[in-house]
Write a protein that binds this ligand. Structure first.
Ligand code: PEP
Ligand code: MG
Length: 905
């Protein structure tokens, strides 16, 4: 029918769909659960339930495509869409045997939004539509319940004027409260029919006063207004924020569901409720839900009356009457339906129902949201029940949600005052007193206090303070900044790059939104969301049970990628091994240089005037490095260990204030001025692109030679003691050209051979390189000639490919993401199109030279589920990530393998 009117359509980009209104009623359903994209989740499932023979009030869905047309027409329902809606309404009328707008026995409808992805409470709903001064009398007669009819009418006016006419709902609310107060009523239900009639009159007068428009009496005018409002609600600020948070594209649009009303507020034999087919917080296999007798949908969630538990068992403890006892027949029917739905959808369902005069109606079903613990338990139980396969179970689990199980989280029920939002750099929920220096963090911790270390940014010097603190907060720096990387490695909560907070070291204060917090004040960090709260917010400790291990084992069966860890301390290595790490993929040796027992020797090495002095200082470091490596080898017990030689610019190790320089000069017995000028000479304008990585060894070969010797000697110790040892992997950072690697490899091999000859012990070793500069990826074929393995350093590769400082971009990356310039923070999830193309090129070129070249990734992306999927696709052998992300990576790797398999089947 609409096709005749194509010519009337204003110029739009989208084509008019062949069909865009889908009817559903017993025995006749035009949609199904597979049509979520055009019917939205709610519409698709209403159609599916109807087909399953489950009682669903008849209705129809206007497809999401019309939402696109609505906006293309400047916020107007296209004229060509209207006849299809009118025709569908006629079908509903025929099914129900009532007419929309009939003064004697009117059909009333609900109008609800429903997007592809569930957006709970984000968009609008209107109930009881079709009531006016005439139809309300008809409803009063047909229901034989004038009170119910007039109460429905006043609810409708409140809802409609708020949602469609933008009337401030609190004004109507106040009018009603005033009336109740005058009459000394406590409950809404105390109002008589005459009260309600008067209230309706007052409401209409108020609306006219405020909007200059009469409340629409024509049901069709009401309907068009409601459809328009639902489409508009797709673009309210709260919906936009929600979409951004959950990466829901604006182009998806919402569908509109128009459905005949059923009433849970028609007396003691009527009720309304919501339920889950299993417990959504524990995963227990028990029907779980709440209901209210004689109430309409919104009353259950509004919190005015306390809802009652559905089952007798659940109600027993509360002393309330269950649905099982109050309306046993409806309850038994509901049980049959929930079981049918769960078996059909093969997943835990979140359902809404209404009982009208003992007749049960289903209003919604969808896969229920659940905690991470519940997700694991439900997955395992459903495998055991043979409802789903292991593969399906793995594909359903969200790897990132495992964070909830590994770290304390904020109590969702706790009251909170949000101060600011930064980057969710390392998960967990912690609270503590703020301190502004690492020294103070250490001292306060020793005094038994819980502290949060607050810094503009952290440097390796802060390591002791970071260890002492419960959590770390910075105002500068991105997802791969020092604070983020180190905190993640420790499994410690961190909010980074929170630019809206002003940290003043001088006055030891942090200022935000008019709050001035002093040293010792308490804040709470949520490292999973990046949120910072005032004062202490209660946290919940994680609990791991058998289901976690079981799911991990299942994941291991399906994954192709190996999972290693980034670890440079025995503690990190041990934690990672407990979480299932299959080796160390990156040991950042510079982190070892900051130990109190050696930092001064490192500094002596740095400021040495000549090779002899430098070697003297390095000789002091050698035994300590050897022990470091020996300890790691021992913990990893035969698993591979990749040790990266020194990487950061040397100025990171030297003191930065005159005071500290003075103290150091005294300690190492040198002249202050000489030391100061040496430190000054190390200054670089662009240290990240400066004298760092392999460039250090090109000018000072003895540094890497000492490290290689330490690795070789540690290996010899292991072998001499008969311990298991995998061939040590020596990794050279920041290679840009094959010549660099050629030279440094030769030096390393020479030292390796020397130690082996001295100790008379032979062992295999591998020398490889990081690929973290675009030039290395572009010339990976020639670089591979000198490398036994590659490991992508995607932190630096992202920084250098996008020309985006990993330490400073936190300040503006948020705007890039919110404006859609970048889909995500590229330091968090790999930029597949750009940086990813270089990774792919590096893999392909490298394997062109050496088909079996072992290739991994050790940038932070190695622990990000989406990036892991990409790394699987381009054929990496392993990912390496911080210890607490190892389980996430194991699950993500299994999902990646299964998704690829699904794609090819
Ligand atoms: C990298 O650049 O991705 C990397 C792992 O090295 P770092 O973060 O230590 O620079
Ligand atoms: Mg790097």
């Amino acid at each position: 029918m609409h096709q005749n009117q194509i010519s009337e359509k204003p110029t739009t980009k989208s084509a008019i769909p062949q069909k865009f209104v889908y009817f559903f009623a017993a025995g006749e359903s035009e949609g199904n659960a597979g049509m979520k994209n055009i019917l939205g989740g709610k519409g698709a499932n209403l159609a599916e339930m109807t087909s399953l023979g489950i009682p669903v009030p008849p209705g129809f869905t206007i497809s999401t495509e019309i939402c696109t047309h609505f906006y293309e027409e400047g916020g107007k329902l296209p004229d060509w869409a209207r006849p299809n809606v009118t025709a569908a309404m006629a079908k509903v009328e025929a099914k129900i045997g009532k007419k929309f707008g009939d003064a004697n026995d009117p059909l009333l409808v609900s109008v609800r939004s429903g997007a592809r992805a569930s957006m709970p409470g984000m968009m609008d709903t209107i109930l009881n539509l079709g009531l006016n001064d005439q139809t309300v009398e008809g409803l009063a007669k047909s229901s034989n319940n004038p009170r119910f009819a007039w109460d429905s009418y006043r609810r409708f006016i409140q809802m409609y004027s708020d949602v469609v006419m933008n009337v401030n709902s609190s004004l109507l609310e106040v009018t009603m409260e005033d009336m109740k107060e005058d009459k000394h009523y406590k409950l809404d239900t105390d109002m008589t029919v005459d009260d309600l009639k008067l209230l309706v009159k007052k409401f209409k007068e108020l609306i006219l006063q405020m909007t200059g428009r009469s409340f629409p009496a024509d049901p069709w005018e009401q309907l068009w207004g409601a459809i328009t409002a639902v489409f508009h609600s797709w673009n309210t600020p709260r919906a936009i924020t929600y979409r951004e948070l959950h990466s829901i594209p604006v182009s998806w649009g919402t569908a509109v569901n128009i459905q005949s009303m059923v009433f849970g507020n028609m007396g003691e034999d009527s009720a309304t409720g919501v339920a889950f087919t299993r417990n959504p917080s524990t995963g227990d296999k028990a029907f779980y839900g709440e209901f209210l007798i004689n109430a309409q949908g919104e009353d259950v969630v509004a919190g005015i009356r306390t809802p009652q538990p559905i089952t007798k068992i659940a109600a027993a403890a509360s002393g309330m009457k269950s649905l099982e006892e109050a309306l046993p027949e409806s309850y038994n029917q509901l049980v049959d339906i929930y079981k049918k739905l769960e078996t059909h959808y093969r997943d835990m369902q979140d359902i809404e129902f209404t009982i009208e005069r003992s007749k049960l109606w289903m209003l919604q079903t969808r896969n229920g949201k659940r905690t991470a613990a519940a997700a694991l338990k439900i997955a395992c139980d459903m495998i055991d029940e043979k409802l789903i396969t292991e593969e399906e179970a793995i594909l359903r689990l969200d790897p990132s949600a495992l964070d909830q199980l590994l770290h304390p989280t904020l109590d969702p029920k706790a009251q909170k005052t949000l101060l600011a939002k930064g980057l969710p750099a390392s998960p967990g929920g912690v609270n503590g007193q703020i301190v502004f220096t690492s020294e103070e963090a250490v001292v306060w911790k020793e005094q038994g206090k819980k502290v949060i270390l607050v810094r503009v940014e952290t440097s390796p010097e802060d390591i002791a303070g970071m260890i002492a603190a419960q959590g770390i907060f910075t105002t500068r720096g991105g997802m791969t900044s020092h604070a983020a990387v180190v905190a993640r490695g420790m499994g410690k909560c961190c909010v980074a790059g929170c630019g809206e907070v002003d940290v003043d070291y001088r006055t030891e204060t942090m200022k935000v939104k008019g709050y001035v917090l002093k040293k010792g004040d308490v804040i709470t960090l949520d490292g999973s969301t990046g949120e910072v709260y005032l004062g202490e917010v209660k946290t919940i400790e994680p609990k791991l049970d058998g289901t976690f291990e079981r799911v991990m084992k299942i994941a291991d069966k399906y994954r192709k990628l190996k999972v290693r860890t980034n670890a440079d301390t025995p503690k990190d290595a041990q934690t990672a091994k407990t979480f299932g790490a299959e080796g160390i993929g990156l040991c950042r040796t510079e982190h070892m240089f900051f130990g109190a027992d050696r930092i001064d020797s490192v500094r002596e090495m740095i400021i040495a005037d000549n090779k002899i002095d430098r070697e003297k200082a390095l000789a002091k470091l050698l035994p300590m490095q050897r022990d470091d490596f020996y300890n790691l080898f021992k913990i990893m017990d035969g698993l591979p260990v990749t040790i990266r030689l020194l990487d950061p610019p040397l100025h990171e190790f030297v003191p930065h204030t005159d005071e500290e320089t003075k103290e150091l000069a005294e300690r190492i017995n040198t002249d202050f001025e000489r030391l100061r000028s040496k430190v000054k000479a190390l200054h670089e304008f662009n240290p990240m692109l400066g004298h760092r990585g392999c460039r250090l060894a090109i000018t000072y070969p003895e540094i890497y030679i000492m490290q290689v010797r330490a690795i070789a000697e540690a290996a010899c110790m292991m072998l001499a003691e008969g311990k298991k040892l995998s061939a040590p992997e020596i990794m050279i950072p920041l290679i840009a050209t094959d010549k660099e690697l050629d030279i440094l490899r030769a030096q390393a091999e020479q030292e390796m051979k020397k130690v082996q000859a001295e100790k008379n012990i032979k062992f295999e070793y591998h020398i490889g390189t990081m690929i973290e500069l675009p030039r290395a990826a572009l010339t990976a074929d020639v670089i591979a000639e000198h490398a036994d393995f590659f490991s992508f350093g995607t932190n630096d590769l992202t920084q250098t490919t996008l020309g985006l400082s990993r330490d400073d971009s936190g300040r503006f990356l948020g705007s890039y993401v919110s404006q859609g310039i970048l889909p995500k923070d590229p330091f968090m999830s790999i930029d597949q199109v750009g940086v990813g193309a270089l990774v792919k090129m590096g893999v392909d070129f490298g394997r062109r030279t050496k088909p079996n070249l072992k290739i991994g990734v050790c940038g932070e992306h190695g622990g990000d589920p989406e990036s892991i999927e990409f790394f699987h696709k381009v054929g990496l052998d392993y990912v390496s990530c911080s210890p607490f992300r190892v389980p996430i990576a194991r699950l993500a790797a299994a999902r990646a393998a299964l998704l690829t398999k699904k794609l090819h089947s």
